[in-house]
Design a protein around this ligand. Structure first.
Ligand code: F0G
Length: 482
């Protein structure tokens, strides 16, 4: 967003868009929230939207669309083969990323399926700055192994490092030396690194990674799902890029990569997925998999309306006002929470605001799912739906023991251009209240525990009567207020 100073000195992010379509929300009383979280088995994935006031579960597929995107959707060319809509997307990708070959897929993980099937073989390794759940699963299912080479500051909860998503290139070179380049399927770089709090990498780091990969003849696969946020951070935190346009930074990044893919549920504010490359050989390897798993090459499992929206959305992402909105709202939320003593991940990243559940609830052990307990409590306090990112998201080992997560986080995602600043202030207020009453919050235990991806469908119950006590305290403090 442009810099607009308030005459009276206040420093708040200003929305450079106006709302032209609205959706009514309901804020249900705390008594209903108490019942709703029990019905959902204390798993925020299982809450019904009618019981949710601020849906901060994810930024995936829920970003606000623009008037230009909606208009473009009306003129989509629906045909099985040769759709003019796909040609528009190809042209946009050529223009922004300078990549000639474009492959469509129905979402980000579908791109990961195709790339992993094409390049991962049993016994190969995929070094990454950090894994994402679906990207790791696709490497592993094809017999590969993931090696995380994030810099040490990357997993420090509080830090002032501007690029916590950087890869340690010394470790990358050592890993390739140790195993030999032929054992490396590809190097995967995730921009706006999701699981460590939406933290960015720098352009300089990517250039260094390219140098190492060129030395050994290894290819770089770039997950651009969270590129919008990372572009903002490169522009504002990397001095050599401050005079570059967002378009120039995007192109500089793309030129350092061999294959780019992204979830268009995030990048481009629509729903879908795209892979692109300049390598004809890589393209031909992946092309047959697209037709096998997704659909014909000119729609790839997506509605052509969504493809129109992605093409316009990508163009709109090449705008500083657009890419800065999310990070600036997140920075506001992080700073306001920090002022009230709430432990948050710093510096603020993209995607959302991340609360450190271990410091918020030091009395709740990881065996009782600290982050899941906090996510349930945040819902009780304000009808705010976040996502657990801790031990509940891990899987048990082969002996059935818990694998404790390195970090216990509650992610409060900030879908782009969706919430107003007063809604964000409300979230800050209710979380600050919860922090002052944190002694009342207890742990959770599984009542139903699926073997696979338990965080999606697992159900838990409080280990004591803490939730009813917390609801009673809310009523006492807020009176009749919702
Ligand atoms: N890569 C990254 C960095 C992601 O954050 C996601 C999805 C994917 C790939 C997979 O894309 O959902 O379109 O299949 N992240 C979502 C989230 C699910 O809530 O953070 P997808």
């Amino acid at each position: 967003m442009s810099i607009v100073n308030f005459y009276q000195g206040e420093s708040i992010p200003l929305e450079l868009h106006k709302v032209r379509i609205v959706q009514k929300l309901s804020l249900v009383p705390v008594e209903r929230r108490l019942a709703a979280i029990a019905e959902a088995g204390n798993n925020t994935f299982l809450l019904k939207n009618n019981d949710v006031f601020l849906d901060m579960l994810t930024d995936s597929g829920v970003n606000a669309m623009s008037d230009r995107q909606l208009a473009a959707m009306m003129e989509a060319d629906d045909s099985y083969a040769g759709s003019a809509t796909f040609t528009k997307l190809e042209a946009r990708i050529n223009d922004i990323f300078g990549k000639k070959y474009v492959l469509p897929a129905h979402q980000g993980r579908a791109c990961e399926n195709i790339i992993s099937q094409a390049f991962v073989r049993p016994g190969t390794i995929v070094p990454m700055n950090y894994h994402f759940t679906t990207s790791k699963a696709h490497v592993v299912i094809n017999g590969g192994a993931v090696e995380e080479l994030i810099i040490d500051e990357g997993t420090a909860v509080t830090s002032d490092h501007p690029f916590k998503g950087n890869m340690d290139t010394g470790k990358l070179a050592a890993l390739i030396e140790q195993h030999g380049a032929d054992k490396i399927a590809f190097v995967r770089i995730e921009t706006g690194t999701n699981l460590i709090g939406g933290q960015p990498h720098s352009l300089a780091n990517l250039r260094e990674i390219r140098r190492v990969c060129d030395r050994y003849g290894v290819i770089i696969v770039f997950d651009a799902s969270l590129l919008a946020d990372n572009l903002h951070f490169i522009k504002t935190r990397e001095p050599e890029c401050k005079d570059m346009t967002i378009r120039q930074i995007s192109r500089a990044i793309a030129d350092l990569t061999d294959i780019i893919y992204f979830s268009a549920r995030k990048l481009g504010c629509a729903r879908g997925g795209v892979i692109c490359t300049n390598s004809e050989e890589a393209y031909l390897k992946m092309r047959e998999l697209v037709t096998l798993y997704e659909g014909f090459l000119t729609y790839g499992g997506m509605s052509v309306r969504e493809i129109e929206a992605i093409a316009v959305g990508l163009d709109e992402t090449m705008d500083e006002d657009m890419v800065s909105q999310g990070p600036q709202f997140i920075a506001f939320m992080v700073e306001e929470l920090a002022k009230r003593g709430v432990p948050v991940i710093t510096p603020p990243g993209g995607l959302g605001c991340h609360i450190d559940a271990r410091r918020f609830l030091p009395h709740v052990p990881q065996q009782q799912y600290t982050a899941a307990a906090l996510a349930a409590a945040v819902y009780l306090a304000g009808g705010i739906r976040g996502m657990e990112r801790g031990t509940m998201s891990e899987a048990r080992d082969e002996q059935g023991n818990e694998t404790f997560a390195k970090m216990e986080l509650v992610r409060l995602a900030m879908p782009r251009r969706v919430f107003t600043l007063s809604q964000v202030k409300y979230a800050v207020d209710r979380i600050a209240w919860l922090y002052d009453n944190r002694a009342l919050v207890g742990g959770l235990a599984f009542t139903e525990e699926p073997k696979l991806l338990r965080f999606f469908f697992g159900k838990l119950a409080p280990v004591s009567g803490w939730q009813a006590e917390l609801a009673a305290k809310f009523r006492q403090d807020f009176g009749e207020s919702l």
